[in-house]
Design a protein around this ligand. Structure first.
Ligand code: BGC
Length: 488
């Protein structure tokens, strides 16, 4: 049933687009979002694998020995630069790759960028699963990183461009939902394979190939976005595709608007230079800062290292992996809350509520560890369970706020002419600071000890002040009126 949809975007102010949510759009969306699964699976799997004895014994014997020495300091037993490089090398590669991907996206389309992502990712998976030395591991991780950089640039753009305007927000958060599902599945896989000796870790790393194959095959079936076709001057193909994904021939208004947007964007010869102009500064700062703050919540200390963290406080292997499964499911379910609430209560409310909840939980975890966890003891079972509960409360507040909004706000804040370039800055800032946390967390925990949680708590205070004083509400502001209504 065709639905008349209001769009206030476009040169002539308010306009009506005709179109419905076609099965084709839904299928394209689901397939493209598997890019999020690749990203999420990777986030979840590395922490599990780096806590598995077979893996440590083969590649990081020093860490293996330290882990099993009764006297080794609780906070330091996993502190090893090479071990951290295994996790973090992926994000450095993704950081560089996202800028290259933004150019390929513009020149050759979103679909080809997604295909390339899946191929890089698959080769990385094969190298990792078959690794016999650290070089194979690291090179594999770098290729996975290129895959992630390409996918994270192309997928959210693709989703926004194919979505009918009235479900654009929900479709955007679909990407984050897939990220959380990927993390959750990885946590289950970690748990299941940890007792398969000595090659369980190979299976865990190899299964990353599943979402990559899904994206590879899927991206052969799905459409290119009309915007990308029109941008590359394939006007007839763009028009035909627009009719197909909207399920109607009456797409003139939307077609005109895309043409106009492409025209305006074409006049901006150097979008990256344009971004540096004073008028673009607030949006650019917000896109970057949202991602930096997202990482300084400390979320990835938990996502990457939950099993390691839970072992630190005294859980045995299985119990710690199982606890990571629990935080994984909390993460998925709380993201669904965000899908439902984000357009009702607004972005600022979710971000501020989460700052309060995250601050309380971080300080509580830090306090408990400070009092109870010394260098060589275990937390008592009851206390350790409390830590898991607090971690769940922390994860849930992140999952309905800074998680999805870290991606959503940068994607809705730029005018079209600088949108892809601006978004590349958001993606690469995410990767840079994910790298920083992945590389530094275990060393920081060794040096700051329980204080690491107060460190993140202090950042959360800064984030709250930023939202209160500097972040405008973007709920219900049409994307192409953002400059007019918010920034002027
Ligand atoms: C972040 C990741 C994080 C994940 C957790 C994403 O939005 O970018 O760094 O691990 O959320 O669900």
């Amino acid at each position: 049933m065709p639905a008349m949809v209001m769009s206030n975007a476009g040169p002539g102010g308010a306009k009506k687009f005709e179109g419905r949510i076609t099965i084709y759009v839904v299928i394209c969306g689901i397939i493209a979002a598997t890019g999020g699964l690749m990203f999420g699976y990777d986030i979840g799997i590395s922490g599990g694998v780096t806590s598995m004895d077979d893996f440590l014994e083969e590649f990081f014997p020093v860490v293996y020995e330290r882990k099993h020495k009764a006297k080794e300091d609780n906070y330091c037993k996993f502190d090893n630069q090479n071990l951290q490089l295994f996790t973090s090398s992926l994000y450095l590669a993704a950081l560089v790759a996202s800028f290259i991907a933004s150019k390929i996206c513009t020149k050759h389309g979103r679909r080809l960028t997604m295909q390339a992502a899946s191929v890089f990712f698959l080769v990385g998976v094969i190298l990792n699963a078959a690794a016999v030395n650290i070089a194979m591991l690291i090179i594999g991780r770098i290729l996975l990183g290129v895959g992630v950089g390409f996918a994270n640039q192309a997928v959210p753009l693709f989703l926004s461009e194919i979505a009918p305007v009235h479900i654009r927000g929900a479709l955007n958060i679909l990407f984050q939902l897939d990220v959380t599902i990927g993390i959750f599945v990885a946590n289950i896989v970690n748990y299941l394979v940890s007792n398969i000796h000595p090659w369980g870790w190979r299976l865990a790393l190899g299964l990353a190939g599943v979402p990559a194959i899904m994206l590879c095959l899927g991206s052969m079936v799905i459409a290119e976005t009309p915007t990308s076709l029109i941008e590359r001057e394939m006007l007839m193909e763009g028009l035909a595709m627009l009719k197909k994904i909207r399920g109607t021939d009456n797409v003139d208004a939307e077609y005109e608007e895309i043409l106009h947007a492409c025209e305006m964007a074409r006049q901006v010869k150097q979008p990256f230079k344009n971004l540096m102009k004073r008028s673009s500064r607030p949006q650019l700062v917000i896109a970057i800062v949202m991602q930096v703050f997202q990482q300084f919540t400390g979320i990835n200390a938990i996502m990457f290292y939950a099993p390691v963290l839970f072992q630190t406080i005294g859980f045995k292997n299985d119990a710690s992996l199982l606890s990571a499964v629990i935080t994984g499911i909390v993460n998925v379910l709380s993201t669904v809350v965000s899908v439902i609430l984000v357009d009702k209560v607004g972005r600022r409310f979710l971000l501020l509520e989460a700052c309060g909840q995250m601050l309380i939980t971080q300080v509580a975890i830090g306090g408990i560890l400070l009092v109870n966890l010394k260098a060589t003891n275990d937390l008592g079972h009851g206390v350790a369970v409390w830590v898991v509960v607090l971690v769940c409360l922390f994860v849930s507040s992140f999952a309905w706020s800074w998680g999805p909004l870290g991606w959503l706000i940068p994607s809705e804040t730029f005018p079209l002419a600088t949108r892809t370039a601006g978004y590349a800055f958001a993606v690469s800032s995410n990767m840079l600071f994910t790298f920083v946390i992945a590389q530094a967390f275990l060393s920081m925990m060794c040096h700051l000890r329980a204080g690491i949680f107060f460190f993140f708590g202090a950042w959360i205070v800064v984030m709250g002040l930023f939202v209160i004083f500097l972040l405008p509400e973007t709920k219900n502001v049409p994307i192409d009126e953002m400059t007019e209504k918010v920034w002027k």
